[in-house]
Ligand binder design. Sequence first.
Ligand code: SF4
Ligand code: SF4
Length: 696
Amino acid sequence: RVLFRSEELLPEIGLVIEQGKAKKLGREALLLDLAQVKGVYVPRFYDMAVDGSVHPNRRDVPQRILRRVATPTPEHAIGLVPYIETIHDRLVLEVRRGCTRGCRFCQPGMLTRPARDVEPEAIIDTIEKGIRQTGYNEFSLLSLSCSDYLSLPAVGIEIKNRLKNENISLSLPSQRVDRFDENIANIIGGTRQSSLTFAPEAGTQRLRDVVNKGLTNEELLRGIKTAVEQGWDRIKLYFMIGLPGETDLDVVGIAETVRWLKRECRPKGKRSLQFTLTISNFTPKPHTPFQWHSVSTAEFIRKQQLLREEFRKIRGVKVNYTDVNISAMEDFVGRGDRRLAPVVRRAWELGAGMDSWWENAQKAHDAWTQAIEEAGLTWKYRQVEKGEGHIFEAADSYDAPLPWDHLDTGIDKEWLKKDLKLALEAATVPDCAFDGCSQCGICGPDFGHNIVVKAPPIPEFDGQFQPNQHRAQRIRVWFGKIGEMALISHLDLVRLFDRVVRRGALPISFTGGYHPGPRISIANALSLGITSSGEIVDFELTEVMEIETFRQILTDQLPPEIPIYKVEEVDIKSLAASRLLDQAEYLITVESEGLTSVEQWENWIEQVNESSEINYEKTTKSGKKSLINLSDRLFSLSLDSIKDDSTTVLKYKGSCRNDGTMLQPEQVVYMVQMVSQQELELLKVHRQQLILVEHD
Ligand code: SF4
Ligand code: SF4
């Protein structure tokens, strides 16, 4: 196991393994060497005591395992770009690592201290480089709390200015509402305005102070008002219920806050502000001041019900509640000790996994329940003696060893206790990156210190992207889609061309409207799994380019399995290839049930070619049925080759128009089946060419 940041640790581990192999060390000896590396935890050298705490079982390993830290390196963000669309399909750059806000429920905040800013110039340079190397049109600046990166407005505006002519969008994760201003609005605004998410966490000022959120009602109102003034009419808000010291007034306060915000912030001339709320159930996490709290599923259910009743009276608010069963599982695992291991394994054997997928949640909960029972535990096995929904109250409870005490995060346990007491008095501590140290124990030689970069001046905003719609030249490209590229869908191919244009800095023209797109038009979508050596795509450019230069750039940026066969300039005023498309020629490989001869095939092909009517029942997506005469759509069918006694390759030319008049390969197989009365199976399809009509 590696304790947290592995960028610098992995090479060290690699070195130890390499040396161990050279010395021909056995597994045990190699693990022992690895256990000496700071940040590496080898569980087999540690045993659990009766009270759940964990201690070394030999003298030559460290008593506690030290957490490792590393400074983010933006250039490492430029990595492989997948051909198929993936989640977070964008260039993500970490601008700041660590958060010292001190929200008391937040484990990442505690585990990533100290905070380290990345130099603004490094971010801007990486994005400029990244756009050319990856072709992405979306970037995300990432940090636990982006708004605490003081250079964010300057960096964001500078990036927007430098990339003003590119159709780029920049997104930021959830914002601190108190730092949301016009600059941030300009950064994330534009033609593809992303949704706006804030996390007030609690519904009353008192409870926000308990959790040390450091957000006042005035700041909340000001942030949302700014968002509305900048054109947003939908806001997402995150709240939690089940926090320590929470009363029903705090819970109802969530609804009160939303009601008040809706009243105070009305978009001009539009319907009222729409809110989407996520209400999650707080589950305490190790290494946080709230690690001594215990939650109650019954209380979660009761508080959710309270809120449901309140929100029934407020219009324009969509509220999502976290499933209480999922929170129970999260809490069970979140603060477990080593007795958890067999439970996790058994739950998985019983079908748990993907537990937060709603259709699976009950199944997962049942699996966990059975696994917990079989292990001789209960759902409440680490619950404090005070019962559910309470903080430890007996003084010695705080001193009891915890199962994670041997993992040295750098935070002083005494500080956590002190901070919890402050929480219960609703007393806040400042963010130490800006306002003074509260002595949590982190800063020092092992973990370093907070690094806060002074914010550069914010440049003047040059305005959002204005698509260049000028059309100076149309270039038509004939290309193939072979090998593994047959497994790239049409939409992924569209995205690939878009990225290729950006990587090659080609002067592409854009459409207008609310969602401007590059004028790249693929003549016809090729079904997934089909190879082709005859596809056509049109590019419209804002300035005239040498055809050979264009061809070279395109070839350099495309994978070898998208070969370019021909590039031609066509009249900008002529119709696009997608509108000129008329016919397509295919090679289809079919397998017959029995043995077939050349003569038989020639006979069937002749019959198909001479048929004037072979009807086929087509079912549309909406379920409507219609009869089409396939003979009208077939222009020629011939025998290409016989592979063996049962496998034959046919060549056909059929209609292929984007108005839906197309002859599909499986329809040709159907035609042959009709005349031959043979069962045929379509094995493989290759599109040879697309044929355009001549147009003057
Ligand atoms: S702002 Fe608070 S919740 Fe967000 S990362 Fe920092 S400590 Fe955690
Ligand atoms: S030691 Fe002080 S400055 Fe360093 S992270 Fe802790 S509270 Fe902040």
